[in-house]
Design a protein around this ligand. Structure first.
Ligand code: SAM
Length: 244
């Protein structure tokens, strides 16, 4: 069961930052910030209520994820329009969230690798786009419902079922390109393994973290060097590699 807290605010950037920070500190599973409200997801009612007691807002209970179901969608990827049929009722990743859109943009501009690892695949959207342009993809997703939906999405888009893992510890080969769009709390769980899975000349793309968390992110991935940071609606997408 998922809880969704909608907090109205006056549109001021510092207020949005204040509310967002408290949501992340209380283990929010994801945030949508618009001009006058913040919608935050939580797995625990207690965490959501801690934010509500500070900033007010409306708390609602959802079964599964509260994201829209993307259905048929068109994604610009590597100068191609990919027409995808994408279910997202049980998973994150309809493509419009800035972290996903940012990853798609950054991945679009990198060479297509032979093998691609998608850590925290959600709906499978990033891996699906990579598979459509010829990469062999491997999925990691620790939420069983999300992983099931990602596999369904591969099937309904006529892409062979990819190798997939619920635990990154069971992935045992190197990759030229890895993406991990996940919250800082989840980056902490996977960072050391992700670094070990990156090939010598490989590239790692990270999103899902806030500007204020960049320093900790770099510490988590301290075996790698930052190559670029681009912001998508205030969500940084950071590219790392082994070389300085
Ligand atoms: C923000 S969603 C990203 C979904 C999709 N890749 C996208 O870019 O839209 C993060 C995903 O990471 C998954 N996740 C969180 N912690 C994880 C972990 N330790 N190992 C694998 N997956 C994890 C979540 O279940 C969720 O589906």
């Amino acid at each position: 069961m998922t809880w969704q807290l909608t907090v109205p605010f006056n549109g001021a950037e510092d207020k949005a930052e204040e509310i967002s920070s408290l949501c992340w500190d209380n283990n929010s599973t994801g945030l949508f910030v618009s001009d006058n409200e913040i919608v935050a997801g939580f797995d625990s009612a207690g965490d959501a209520q801690s934010v509500q007691s500070e900033f007010g807002g409306t708390l609602e209970q959802y079964a599964g994820f509260s994201q829209p179901n993307a259905g048929d969608t068109e994604i610009m990827f590597k100068d191609r329009v990919l027409s995808l049929s994408l279910l997202t009722s049980q998973s994150f990743g309809h493509g419009q969230h800035p972290t996903t859109a940012g990853c798609l943009d950054v991945l679009s501009h990198l060479p297509t690798p032979h093998r691609f690892l998608d850590v925290g695949t959600g709906s499978g959207i990033l891996a699906l786009c990579m598979a459509k342009v010829g990469a062999e993809v491997v999925l990691v997703e620790n939420d069983a419902d999300s992983l099931k939906q990602a596999k369904t999405n591969f099937e309904s888009n006529d892409v062979a079922e990819p190798e997939s893992h619920e635990d990154i510890a069971s992935v045992d080969s190197k990759f030229d390109l890895i993406v991990a769009n996940m919250l800082l709390a989840n980056q902490r769980q996977v960072a050391s393994q992700v670094q070990n899975l990156l090939s010598e000349h490989g590239t790692l793309v990270i999103s899902g973290i806030l500007d204020s968390q960049l320093e900790e992110l770099c510490e988590l991935y301290s075996a790698l060097s930052v190559q670029a940071t681009e912001n998508y609606d205030e969500w940084p997408v950071v590219t790392f590699s082994h070389s300085a």
